[in-house]
Write a protein of this length. Structure first.
Length: 172
């Protein structure tokens, strides 16, 4: 299997996308797996502002604050995801790492039509995993690469997603 696709039993190529699914509070988010450089426990990160791993400095990213989500980042499941876009690196604190998943690209859902403004920069789409709605994060926004970076009220985003049936299509 490769990161871009996998072969099914019939020998045809199936386009796949890989994501690291994380939880903050009651919300689930997906980070494209291509940028994940590591997952650290609280003991491994220590209490420093930035995390240095393999000679790279990862600046702290308060994703819960950026998304206006209430999260307990002091529990035993807390992890720090080291992420790089190539331009920026961030140490993203999450309440729990749910796991690494591979899904067929056809199972990625675009954002509903109500998402018409800045939220199109925040999220790249959505998917379903273990009966949970998972929003696919735009890591350029998360790491502050996009101009005009602003916080998003996730409760509003959840209401918009629940109100609109999504069409199946390529959001990842």
């Amino acid at each position: 299997m490769s990161l871009r696709g996998r072969h099914n039993s019939a020998g045809t190529l199936v386009e796949a996308a890989s994501f690291l699914v994380v939880r903050l509070g009651v919300n689930y988010f997906a980070l494209p797996a291509t940028g994940v450089r590591g997952v650290l426990t609280q003991e491994e990160t220590g209490h420093e502002e930035a995390v240095t791993a393999a000679g790279t400095v990862y600046q702290p990213v308060d994703l819960a604050q950026r998304l206006s989500v209430v999260a307990k980042l002091c529990g035993p499941e807390r992890r720090t995801v080291l992420y790089s876009t190539g331009h920026s690196q961030g140490a993203i604190g999450v309440e729990q790492v749910v796991g690494l998943i591979d899904i067929e690209r056809k199972d990625c859902l675009p954002l509903p039509s109500q998402f018409q403004k800045d939220e199109r920069d925040w999220f790249g789409g959505m998917l379903l995993h273990q009966d949970q709605l998972v929003l696919i994060l735009n890591l350029s926004w998360v790491l502050g690469e996009l101009s005009g970076v602003a916080s998003v009220p996730v409760r509003l985003a959840e209401q918009l997603v629940e109100a609109t049936p999504a069409s199946v299509g390529g959001a990842c």
